[in-house]
Design a protein around this ligand. Sequence first.
Ligand SMILES: Cc1cc2nc3c(=O)[nH]c(=O)nc-3n(C[C@H](O)[C@H](O)[C@H](O)COP(=O)(O)OP(=O)(O)OC[C@H]3O[C@@H](n4cnc5c(N)ncnc54)[C@H](O)[C@@H]3O)c2cc1C
Length: 339
Amino acid sequence: MLSGDEFDVEARLVINAAGAWGDRVCELDEPGAPEKLHLTKGSHIMVPRGRAKTENAMPVVSPSDDRMMFLIPRGHFSLIGTTDIYYHEDLDRPFATKDEVEYILEAANCALPRAHLDKGDIISTYSGLRPLVMQEGGEDVAASAVSREHRIYEGHSGLLTIAGGKLTTSRSMAEEMVDMAARKLLKEHGVRAVTGCRTKNNPILGTPAPDTVARVRALSTKLSFDDDILKGLFKQGTDALQVLAMIDKDASLAGRLSPEVPYIKAQVRFAAESEMAYTVDDFLVRRTEIYYTAADQGLSVAPIVADLMAQVRGWDDKEKARQLDAYRETVALSRRYLE
Ligand SMILES: Cc1cc2nc3c(=O)[nH]c(=O)nc-3n(C[C@H](O)[C@H](O)[C@H](O)COP(=O)(O)OP(=O)(O)OC[C@H]3O[C@@H](n4cnc5c(N)ncnc54)[C@H](O)[C@@H]3O)c2cc1C
């Protein structure tokens, strides 16, 4: 997608774990294949924590339809949502609509009568699509009532598709899928692919080793980092030590992106070199929370991020400008509810 190049990849077995795009991959494999998924959109809003007037996580019930949502404190902000509505539009660009934002605000203001939240309080919004297994009754079933179970399908070509599920079941879904693929490889190709589950007891990447916290704290004190930077580094687990090691080689990387944004330049460099951040969007939306939590959604630091990433990615001025335009578009999408 980055370059637009096309090439062939050969494999004995292909697993389609494309989430909301699962049906599209099945269609490529088998034109006209019956759809397996219902997509429902969920949108959230983010407001400053002080404006929500609560320090606690709490349920928020919609007075329009009695659906339960949640308010969750997250750093200096409160996240409120989510909606749950059937979706048939562009899979790549879902956004929170005016109706959704009003629905969330109405529910939040019922739960927090002193807050008087309105659109002007919203820092950011975001939307995602739930890939849910299609079930009997179609869209007559309320979106929130569609089962979150998962299923594995085998296409005529042998393509294995895993659909549905949740983040909380992803570990067991992966195990079931890989075990099934291993059985199929053995039966059909005589390939012994996996001998038992090898990942079950692996620590998650970046999980702090026992002495990491002390080492990160000591190095941060030496570099006189503010508390908010230190907290952010802790979230990177053992990777924080690699971020700090970059500063040994280039002291300018210790600088903050801005007084308001709690990240240092080394974290941009690390994301580009070691976390597969290929676009400014990758860094501001997916490797950090800047897009969600900065008052201007990171627009003011985006040029600094583009300059730092350009050093790793070899971008020229034209590419940097394209990256910044793409980021401005992403931010504009999250503010479409204002139109
Ligand atoms: C608003 C919302 C709230 C949710 N809340 C919860 C919750 O509270 N608890 C919970 O457990 N779950 C929750 N979920 C569900 C959970 O987020 C999803 O079930 C989960 O993220 C789906 O993971 P996945 O790996 O199947 O799909 P994805 O995470 O979408 O991964 C699919 C990947 O496939 C890639 N892809 C697409 N097409 C292709 C292609 N042609 N070739 C190669 N790659 C491709 C995509 O880029 C993507 O990276 C929520 C979802 C939403 C939207």
